[in-house]
Unconditional design. Structure first.
Length: 350
């Protein structure tokens, strides 16, 4: 009897031992799973957004390169169109075309930022042609013999749709590449507007070269817009290079048929990014070493920027007396031209 009781006690202890081992195993598994889920949660909450942010930043860098390539292609097309002499018109609207068919394509990374095995959803963006407003008007000698030249430039705009990194807008307008971010715009690449100063015999001579870039659009056409998270392309066709004004050829008095000097001109730029244009014009004047007495930059209503450049001509009295203004500053050469490009967005790479 006593032996049976001892055997029973030992059996109970053995069962209790196995029961405690099973419990410990379950607890250990639960704790391990808890650690794994904790690590995954921390990675998902803290690391994945940071990875997505970095990936979207990388995508924005790709878009910046695409837009810079667009400007480079248009600049090259402007040079080729300007240097060509014989052609067959590409578009009946421009019967005086000066170059043969000039076509190229620029690829765009519309979406990106996917992280394999973790977050495969891409960011996206929109590419629009002639959605933004850009007009450049130039008035030559507004106070005496005014000549007005106006160009409806048009735009090519990429707008990002990011989930983590700050949204950015890249806009190519009138030869300039502008970045707009958080309601602040800056001109990243400059247009083909050049001012130069040549000191000569106690006075300055200024050369002003302006090449406007316009994206051809019929008045009834709507803006062309593509929204995608994959690749697309922009087909560029060179239409024409037009000489709008040349002070050495076109600056004649209609009545006397005599050369008329350019003493003043006003350039008005209408843009969605007036601050970027104001900053650029100020920098252009500083780089050309033109004193602030010669120009004035104003921000007008309706996103208009007015740039006024003036050189005071010498009076007959000053010329005869040999006064300080006997050799006044002059605008030696002013040349205005326009490059006309047709831009057509399409899905897929070309």
């Amino acid at each position: 009897m006593k032996k049976n009781k001892q055997k029973s006690a030992r059996l109970e202890k053995t069962l209790l031992f196995y029961s405690e081992s099973g419990t410990a195993t379950v607890i250990g598994a639960v704790m391990l799973l808890g650690i794994i889920f904790s690590v995954l949660t921390i990675a998902w909450v803290d690391c994945v957004p940071e990875w997505k942010n970095d990936a979207e930043y990388s995508h924005m860098d790709d878009v910046w390169k695409d837009m810079a390539e667009l400007k480079s292609r248009v600049d090259v097309m402007s040079i080729v169109l300007a240097s060509s002499s014989n052609c067959t018109p590409i578009n009946s609207l421009y019967s005086n075309c000066t170059a043969s068919d000039l076509v190229t394509s620029v690829s765009f990374h519309m979406g990106g930022s996917d992280i394999p095995f973790i977050a495969s959803m891409k960011s996206s963006g929109t590419l629009a042609v002639n959605k933004g407003k850009c007009v450049m008007s130039i008035i030559i000698n507004p106070d005496t013999t005014p000549k007005v030249k106006s160009v409806d430039c048009g735009t090519v705009t990429y707008t990002s749709q990011n989930g983590h990194y700050v949204d950015q807008v890249f806009s190519y307008e009138n030869g300039a590449l502008i970045l707009d971010q958080e309601d602040q715009s800056v001109m990243m690449l400059y247009p083909s507007i050049r001012f130069s100063t040549i000191p000569t015999n106690g006075h300055n001579e200024y050369n002003i070269l302006i090449n406007a870039v316009s994206f051809h659009q019929n008045p009834k056409d709507l803006p062309e817009i593509i929204s995608s998270n994959s690749e697309c392309s922009l087909r560029l066709t060179g239409i024409n290079y037009i000489s709008l004004y040349d002070s050495e050829k076109d600056n004649l008095d209609d009545k006397k048929n005599e050369p008329v000097s350019v003493d003043k001109f006003i350039m008005i730029i209408t843009s969605n990014y007036p601050e970027a244009w104001i900053h650029y014009l100020n920098k252009a004047m500083a780089d050309a070493k033109i004193s602030s007495e010669k120009y004035k930059i104003e921000r007008l209503t309706g996103n208009n920027v007015r740039f006024t450049f003036t050189v005071a001509p010498a009076t007959s009295k000053e010329k005869g007396s040999g006064g300080s203004n006997a050799n006044p500053d002059i605008i030696k050469r002013m040349y205005i031209s326009e490059t006309v490009i047709k831009a057509e967005p399409g899905i897929g790479l070309v």
